[in-house]
Design a protein around this ligand. Structure first.
Ligand SMILES: CC(C)(COP(=O)(O)OP(=O)(O)OC[C@H]1O[C@@H](n2cnc3c(N)ncnc32)[C@H](O)[C@@H]1OP(=O)(O)O)[C@@H](O)C(=O)NCCC(=O)NCCS
Length: 192
């Protein structure tokens, strides 16, 4: 796999960020893990400012501190994926969405990029002192479930989403164990 960078969003990627969101719309793909970017089209500076505020939020039932990252392919500087890491869990996150949301742009899927993106997310969690990470995905989201299992996820339970009747699964990852698994596979790829 090519060399990849896991970085905080910067002004340099403004147009690419818009193109990234547009690609999800073109492919009618679910948008997850963007840190709200899809609501800030044409307002990138405001989005970057909001990310700064998000980092230092005091956790409440409404909002928790969070960080958003870009996954970039070095060879062509292309934005491949975005992930969003919640640094604390409130009750809603504990029951439903967990610590991390992520996506890879539709035209770059099935190349192993999300396996690596989640590994980078977990490294960041480690830096922040988070030892156990909760992830959740719909049962039929095989790509997401496999990403989680590949990074050491252990299924806790399966719950029906009351909003649409679809089953989703909650997994816990022991961060130290996952980083051990991932070190050999991924470490040489990182320049972050
Ligand atoms: C889920 C998603 C992030 C996976 O990204 P990706 O870059 O294609 O994932 P990877 O290529 O790293 O694959 C991860 C694993 O899942 C498998 N996989 C990926 N997509 C799959 C699919 N559609 N069907 C079956 N397996 C799939 C891969 O084979 C790989 O397993 P392996 O390494 O054991 O072979 C991507 O499909 C996406 O962005 N979906 C829309 C947003 C979303 O659903 N986010 C998650 C919300 S919980």
């Amino acid at each position: 796999m090519e060399k990849l960078k896991f970085i905080k969003p910067t002004k340099e990627y403004e147009q690419q960020a818009y193109d990234y969101i547009q690609e999800f719309k073109d492919y009618n793909s679910d948008i997850f893990g963007t840190g709200g970017l899809h609501k800030y089209i044409g307002q990138y500076d405001e989005w970057l400012e909001r990310l700064e505020q998000d980092r230092v939020l005091v956790p409440t039932e409404e909002k928790v501190p969070q960080e958003t990252f870009f996954l970039i392919r070095e060879s062509d500087n292309k934005l491949l994926g975005i992930s969003n890491i919640r640094l604390a869990l409130n009750d809603a996150l504990l029951q439903r969405s967990g610590h991390i949301g992520y996506a890879i742009r539709p035209t770059e899927r099935r190349k192993g990029y999300n396996n690596y993106q989640l590994y980078c997310d977990l490294k960041f969690c480690k830096e922040k002192g988070i030892e156990k990470v909760l992830l959740a995905c719909y049962k039929d989201n095989v790509g997401s479930a496999k990403t989680i299992l590949n990074n050491g996820g252990v299924l806790e339970n399966e719950i029906i989403d009351p909003e649409n009747g679809k089953p989703f699964q909650r997994f816990w990852i022991d961060v130290d164990q996952a980083l051990e698994i991932g070190k050999e596979k991924y470490e040489e790829k990182s320049t972050a």
